[in-house]
Design a protein around this ligand. Sequence first.
Ligand code: 5AD
Ligand code: SF4
Length: 478
Amino acid sequence: MIDLMTDRTHDEAKQGEAYAPFNGDPNQYRKRFYIESYGCQMNFSDSEIVASILNKEGFGATRHAEEADLIFINTCSIREKAEQTVRKRLTEFRKLKEEKKGMLVGVLGCMAERLKSKFLEEEKLVDIVVGPDAYRSLPTLVDEAEGGQKAVNVLLSRDETYADISPVRLDSNGVSAFVSIMRGCNNMCSFCVVPFTRGRERSRDAESIINECKDLFERGYSEVTLLGQNVDSYSLPLPPSQGRGTEQFFTFAMLLEKIAQIAPELRVRFSTSHPKDITDDVLHTMAKYENICKYIHLPVQSGSTKILQLMNRTYTREWYMAKVDRIRKIMPDCGISSDIIAGFCTEDEQDHQDTLSIMEYSRYDMSYMFVYSERPGTLAERRFKDDVPEEVKKRRLVEIVELQNRLSLESNRKDIGKTFKILIEGDSKRSDKDWMGRNSQNKVVVFAKEDYQLKKGDYVNVKVEDCTQATLLGKIIN
Ligand code: 5AD
Ligand code: SF4
């Protein structure tokens, strides 16, 4: 299914069941909650903040919805399909609610923000509605809902970053963790609902980010992924005495460097970059540190300057291509991936061909590919007609997916014979005799464990011997 061309980043199809394990006594908690996350990594990361807030109030997480007193669903509004998935899930929770008296259901995240109290009226199945900036009020809202009141908080904030909250790592492999560095988005891409659901951009205090990363490393994690809707616009004012040259701001490049310096064995990744904002400073910092992964998610959205303008992306086709050149010049071995939308308003065959040709030019290792889905309240919904017929959108998406499949295979074939340093994430999906890990470029590599005494979180050199379109297959090199 084409719409499932997504993985860890924007995946409303894959439901994330999250849990924090009990430590010993099952009766240590006054109530149990179950939380399920949809959408982007930011949502998964937010669920870990929610779990931390609830834990402090004496609530313990459970893996099993039927055991829970509170069910939370952390939702995504990015495409209509994402919202449909959530609605379906809510009707499934209805059954549990009927069976277990007093069970409460809460909607968190972007859909909560978008639909606000409408949720309580429309969907009689929901007791609590909380937007992305209001999670600190969850315990109070739970109390209110238990008392039979309508519990809604969808206030957006200009400064909430949850900087002081130490996330409870849910469903973690113990190797890799997400660290939120900023929230919100000021870009106003015309197709996107995020500026409305997640509010204004704000950067999290640098010290709290660095401390969280240090703490993760000390607890045995080997990789952190710095998260933000637009990480390159991370910026904090510096006291005048600390400015570097004329620079009076603590930038994303500076943050990246500080985190890379925590330990050479701690891998650093980040997502997402906006092509207009990623600086040479960031690219040079990436090149300087071996442990900053050579991988950039650089969404193009469309290859046509006309469409990019309507999307309010603020760059042209040529400008984007020059950015790709710059990345390849500074880091010839850098992996690049993209997000692509097929069938945006007024897109004609030439615009579509421009998208295909920019994909060829950029030689993406991987892409997340979507048909355009009009979202209520966005600039595009207000200004333009959603005029590309559904079957044309789908046909164009098929062509985009087929091209990406070829590009991914070509990119993987080029790696045959090369040796990469792999961070082991766990057993491969197919067999516990094989390890699965990633190289710096974020490619998945599968290889036999053989008799080596290795474990999750170890680094190992692997020589690639074969590949599929999605995976490199290799052998451990001594
Ligand atoms: N329709 C289709 N895809 C969208 N995206 C964002 N909004 C829409 C929409 N209305 C895609 C973009 C973005 C990714 C997270 O989701 O490609 O980069
Ligand atoms: Fe994440 Fe965007 Fe979906 Fe919100 S709408 S969950 S920010 S992908």
